[in-house]
Design a protein around this ligand. Structure first.
Ligand code: ATP
Length: 252
């Protein structure tokens, strides 16, 4: 097993989270009376139509600007602040164009004034399949390669709470499956909130599944077997079909 699979340090326990409340953009409600529980030390997947507010939910957890007004509460089961314990991978890769792959993967440590763990960074870069590209800048990488740099960067952070906004969306099918497996392995024990449009991905990775729609939040029962699940297992495929129907507004 690669060294990248192991946490950089002993994991501080990962809390459960909860977001409750209302959110408005320019006086218009985006969601009202939302109550989203995120279980400790597992993967919660959030699906739903474009523009319904999934990224906004992630940004609220991360304490980032949303351009709107939130009237509610974000809490952790251990009673300590959430935003300072988060690693966040946004929908756009947000790579620094002047840094090479190693520089981008170790950016968090550098910004905090810490010495980056270069061995761990290089191991993660190898695990995301970019060992031959360490000296390249983002402009000379494909979209899928840039997304893998951003994935390595968020895995490098080794935080108890990890927010992922469509982290595998730019990847081809094979690489996507491999990166799902890598993320699931490296993030073992973390509290993970994954936003995805892909029912197959949600069913493969999720301990808990939610659909956020214009009329509110719906919990969809995940398969009984624990993730990470085989793509072609019958219960995975059956659940994927049910989730797909639920996303189309039909009974799950
Ligand atoms: N900074 C902003 N200022 C004004 N409106 C915004 C801002 N950011 C998002 N919105 C609006 O808020 C709504 C929710 O956006 P959000 O990105 O959270 O949706 P989403 O469910 O993640 O969508 P997608 O699946 O397409 O990524 C959208 O209608 C969007 O137009």
């Amino acid at each position: 097993m690669s060294t990248a699979a192991a946490p950089a340090q002993a994991l501080v326990s990962a809390p459960a989270l909860r977001l409750t409340g209302d959110f408005h953009h320019a006086g218009r409600p985006l969601f009202s009376g939302l109550d989203l529980p995120i279980s400790a030390s597992g993967w919660t997947c959030l699906l739903g139509p474009s523009g319904v507010g999934k990224s906004t939910v992630l940004r609220l957890f991360a304490g980032l600007d949303t351009g709107g007004t939130f009237d509610g509460e974000i809490s952790a089961s251990d009673g300590t602040p959430v935003a300072t314990r988060i690693a966040f991978m946004a929908q756009s890769d947000l790579l620094a164009p002047w840094l090479d792959v190693v520089g981008n993967v170790t950016l968090g440590a550098r910004l905090r004034g810490e010495a980056p763990d270069l061995a761990r960074a290089r191991a993660l870069i190898e695990r995301v399949g970019l060992a031959g590209h360490v000296d390249k800048r983002p402009a000379s990488l494909s979209g899928g390669m840039r997304q893998r740099v951003a994935l390595a960067r968020v895995l490098m952070e080794d935080r108890p709470i990890v927010l992922l906004d469509e982290p595998f969306a730019a990847l081809d099918a094979r690489t996507r499956a491999e990166m799902q497996e890598l993320a699931f392995e490296v993030l073992e024990g973390r509290t993970v909130l994954l936003v995805t449009h892909d029912p197959a991905e949600a069913v493969r990775l999720g301990h808990h599944l939610f659909i956020l729609a214009e009329d509110g939040l719906t919990r969809v029962e995940a398969p009984a077997s624990p993730p990470i699940r085989e793509v072609d297992a019958s219960e995975t495929m059956e659940m994927q079909a049910r989730l797909f129907h639920a996303l189309r507004g039909r009974p799950a």
